[in-house]
Design a protein around this ligand. Structure first.
Ligand code: AVI
Length: 315
């Protein structure tokens, strides 16, 4: 019987019709590396847009965060490699701000390399990293010390959640916040559908390898025999709902065995596994999500093209 959350989710997702797997399982060491490669692709505009926003609005954002005598904790959920956050960290350190940076990520690899990297680059910075899933961490956040919390969720990571889950996430964030706390969240915006498809379907096949890393992980961690070449990465975008969806499509009728969970799965030719959603937003959707969660939008910042927006919320 499946005895880990990953195994349980694989068992359930591949026994359901239509089949699905959760994108959070893409991120092992190789998945992290592939995501770094994605963020470096010019077609994956999200990274550069958010970098531009944080660079151009660093003074306004740090002024919102740093308005308390006793300082604050800067908590980042899903910290990744921290490239964008460094803009803000450098500004805060250069102003001798009283704060501790608390990056939180599901990936041990990401946290390890971020912590050593930050310490080397900026010895004056106080870092207290944690490993964990968003929802678990949010529960723990409540019991953090009583200083002001400035929370950041960058990279449009919220876009990997369906709206009900995103509302749940924002509600838990709100519940973990006190009246002076703030949260800055990145939301990728609706735009020319072609631009979005290009971001998730690069000709080099980096996104395909990233998506297929789910199968590679199942192969290596659960003694499975997925033939990665017999699946095709496929991206669709619905401009009406703003939802981009990733699939792995079986290019032939095939049988796959997953030894560790004693599961044999049959795929018809062109049968799909849905693997990820990457939601795109506009102001209306973000205000609706905020209302549902009991959060208020205090300010928002965008890039020159209006491709991406960071919204600042309080409760
Ligand atoms: C992490 N997340 C916000 C990325 C996204 O844009 O949905 C993951 C990703 N999937 C394909 N490319 C990047």
């Amino acid at each position: 019987m499946p005895n880990t959350p990953f195994k349980k989710d694989v068992f359930e997702g591949l026994n359901t019709f239509p089949k699905f797997l959760y994108s959070k399982y893409i991120y092992d060491k190789k998945g992290d590396k592939l995501f770094q490669d994605i963020m470096a692709m010019p077609s994956y505009y999200l990274t550069n847009c958010e970098f531009e926003i944080l660079t151009n609005h660093v003074t306004a954002i740090s002024t919102y965060f740093d308005n308390k005598e006793e300082g604050f904790d800067l908590i980042e959920l899903g910290a990744g490699d921290g490239k964008k956050t460094k803009v803000l960290l450098n500004e805060l350190v250069s102003k001798k701000t009283n704060f501790i940076y608390k990056p939180i990520d599901i990936s041990q690899n990401a946290i390890d390399s971020l912590s050593s990297n930050l310490k080397a680059e900026n010895p004056a910075l106080k870092v207290e990293a944690e490993i964990g899933e968003y929802f678990d961490v949010l529960k723990r956040l409540k019991s953090y010390d009583s200083r002001k919390k400035a929370i950041m969720v960058l990279g449009s990571n919220i876009g990997n959640l369906l709206h009900p889950k995103a509302i749940d996430f924002l509600t838990q964030l709100k519940n973990a916040m006190s009246s002076e706390d703030m949260v800055l969240i990145g939301f990728d915006q609706k735009k020319d559908p072609q631009t979005i498809l290009d971001a998730y379907n690069d000709p080099e096949g980096i996104t395909a390898a990233f998506n297929k890393n789910l199968l590679a992980r199942i192969n290596s961690e659960m003694k499975a025999n997925f033939d990665l070449d017999a699946f095709k990465h496929w991206e669709v975008y619905d401009p009406e709902t703003g939802t981009a969806k990733s699939y792995l499509v079986s290019t032939k009728k095939q049988e796959v065995t997953i030894g560790e969970i004693a599961l044999t799965i049959n795929f018809e030719e062109w049968e799909t596994i849905h693997t990820e959603i990457s939601q795109k937003y506009d102001d209306k959707i973000v205000s609706w999500l905020a209302d549902e969660a009991g959060l208020t939008i205090v300010d928002s910042f965008t890039d020159n093209k209006g491709y991406y927006k960071n919204y600042l919320f309080m409760k």
